[in-house]
Structure formats: C-alpha cells, structure tokens
Design a protein around this ligand. Structure first.
Ligand SMILES: Nc1ncnc2c1ncn2[C@@H]1O[C@H](COP(=O)(O)OP(=O)(O)OP(=O)(O)O)[C@@H](O)[C@H]1O
Length: 304
C-alpha cells in the first residue's frame, strides 16, 4: 500500500501542496488531475523522493520514501518515474535502452523481455534504431518501456502520452494500462487528458489551491461534477439556472423543451455537431446530430 500522510510542500513562500493525504493499493490506478501549475508534477516528484519533505510522510509498504538528504541516489528499486523530460541514452538503440538495466546473465530471457516490452509500447519496428533518430512520441514510449522493464511495484507517470499522436495514443493506452493491471503494478498518473482517466482509473484526485478538492471514481466525478473545474476536465458544459452544471451532451433539441435558444454557430465534431446558442443573453453549448443554421430558434430540454 502506498500511503501519503499530511504531506505539505512549498518551493518558495507559497504552499504548492497543503496537507495532502491519500493511499493506493497494489495494482490500483490513480489519476492526478488539476489545472496547469496545481502541483501534479511536484506531487509525483515527492512520491519518488526527489525532494525532502518538510511535512508529512510517504510510505510504500514498510519503506519510508525519503529525499536527497537521506539518499545519495534519488529513487528506489521498487518505484519508477517517467518524467515529462525523458532521460534516455541517445547513441544506442531502442532495444539497448529498454534493456539497459536488465541482467545480462540470461541473454535469451533478456531478449524475450525486451521483445515483450517493445510490443507493449508498440515499438517493434524501431528495435534497432538509435534513440537520437526517434521522434518525441517514440522517445516517450521508450522511456515508458524502460521504466517497466524491471517490473516496478509502483509506476509514476507524468503526462505519459503527451508527445504521442492520436493514431497511436488510443491503442497504446489500452496496451500499457492493461499490462500494469495484469501485473498488479500500482500507477499514479498526472494528466490533463480525460481519455487517460475515464476508462482506466480506479480513482481520480483533483488538486486545486494546494489541496485535494475531490477524490472519487471516474464514474462518480463525471456523473456528479460538483463544480465547473471538474466538469471542464470532462468536456463542454453549461451552468443553467435551476439545472446547475449541464454537459453539452445533456441538452437535447425537443419540441417539449422549455429553454428557448437561438443558434449562433455550429462546429463539426465528427460524430455530432457542437452548437453554440444564445439562451437569455448567455452562450450555451449542446451536441446535435446535424448542423443547425445560424439564427435558428430552437427549444432545448435537459436530460439529467
Ligand atoms: N523547481 C521549482 N522551483 C520553484 N517553483 C517551482 C518549481 N517547479 C515547479 N514550481 C512551481 O510549482 C507550481 C506547481 O508546479 P507543477 O509542475 O507541480 O504543476 P503541474 O500541475 O504539474 O503543472 P502542469 O500541468 O503545467 O505540468 C507551479 O506554480 C510552478 O511554477
């Protein structure tokens, strides 16, 4: 069990994290979300032992995570951290980077393990390419493979797919997060992307004003966003009098609707259109299967 107890941290005067406590069981997947600058990366670095803790404690099982004042070398064998800047060896191949920390004692096993990891991060065709010749997204995948090579008990991921294109991102997420679950590797993921979270996280922690603003399952936070910050993470939303927070997909054009609005603009989004309309002088957004014409008057009902 990972246990964070009453952790507080500041770089200068201002508190970045204030009295943070939470825990994660083996194999659990926790997402840390929050606006830019809310302290997500700082929290991951503290979990890794990158800084000394002025207040609070972090434990993995019986091991206390301590910072550089106590450890000559930052980090622990049971934990790996993939930062936003990945630290790879540019002049050797993808396979050599992934295998860098694996034992050479059984070369066949080592090669099998490298092949398995190349598959998880979908880099088999690049096995023999030097890392300096890779794109940013490919390097990010090498960094992830290297972090899981020796099967850590905990993996800390900071924006793990930020450099990876949409073509690859979807299948890579499924492949990596399934691997981590299958191997019961606890993972803590700092992310801005709801798609990293909704299908994979057991729990979401929302950081705001240095505190944990909310902590719950994806289903619960998505279905009952208690404020605009949480709703905005999941998608387009409105605040409508007497209805509170209403996602764009929860508004429907209907003859029986009670909200009379005027269409201002339609945005094509593939499977539907996002329509911006005027409701009593305020802009609202809703999804609709077809485009609507500007100035068209419509009635909307709330599906909640
Ligand atoms: N080494 C540092 N020295 C001083 N201040 C720092 C340092 N690193 C981060 N900060 C500040 O701490 C705050 C939290 O930064 P952090 O990188 O943890 O946020 P974040 O939530 O991960 O942001 P993002 O989503 O943009 O990556 C920010 O205001 C940042 O400017």
């Amino acid at each position: 069990m990972l246990q964070i107890k009453n952790l507080s941290f500041r770089y200068k005067k201002q508190a970045i994290l204030d009295n943070i406590s939470f825990s994660a069981k083996p194999g659990e997947h926790i997402s840390i979300i929050g606006e830019s600058g809310s302290g997500k990366s700082t929290l991951l670095k503290l979990l890794y032992g990158y800084y000394d803790l002025p207040e609070g404690e972090i434990f993995w099982k019986d091991n206390q995570i301590l910072g550089p004042d106590y450890n000559l070398v930052v980090g622990y064998d049971f934990m790996k951290y993939v930062a936003q800047e990945f630290d790879l060896m540019p002049y050797i191949s993808v396979s050599e980077n992934i295998g860098a920390f694996l034992s050479n004692f059984y070369p066949e096993e080592k090669q099998d393990r490298i092949n398995e990891l190349l598959k998880v991060v979908e880099l088999e065709p690049y096995a023999n390419v030097k890392v300096k010749e890779l794109s940013g997204g490919q390097k990010q995948r090498v960094a992830i493979a290297r972090a899981i090579a020796k099967e850590p008990e905990i993996l800390l991921l900071d924006e793990p797919f930020s450099h990876i294109d949409n073509f690859k991102k979807q299948s890579l997420r499924r492949s990596l997060f399934k691997y981590l679950k299958d191997h019961q590797i606890t993972c803590i993921v700092a992310t801005h992307d709801k798609d990293d979270v909704l299908s994979f996280s057991d729990e979401i922690i929302v950081l705001h004003d240095a505190k944990i603003m909310a902590q719950d399952t994806p289903q619960s936070l998505f279905n009952n966003p208690k404020n605009k910050l949480i709703a905005a993470f999941f998608g387009e939303y409105n605040e409508i009098e007497n209805h509170g927070i209403v996602y764009a997909h929860q508004l429907q054009v209907s003859e029986k609707g009670t909200l009379k609005a005027t269409v201002k603009q339609a945005y094509y989004r593939g499977t539907s259109y996002l329509i911006e309309a005027d409701l009593n002088g305020n802009s609202i957004l809703f999804e609709h299967k077809h485009a609507l014409s500007n100035d068209e008057e419509i009635l909307l009902s709330v599906l909640k």
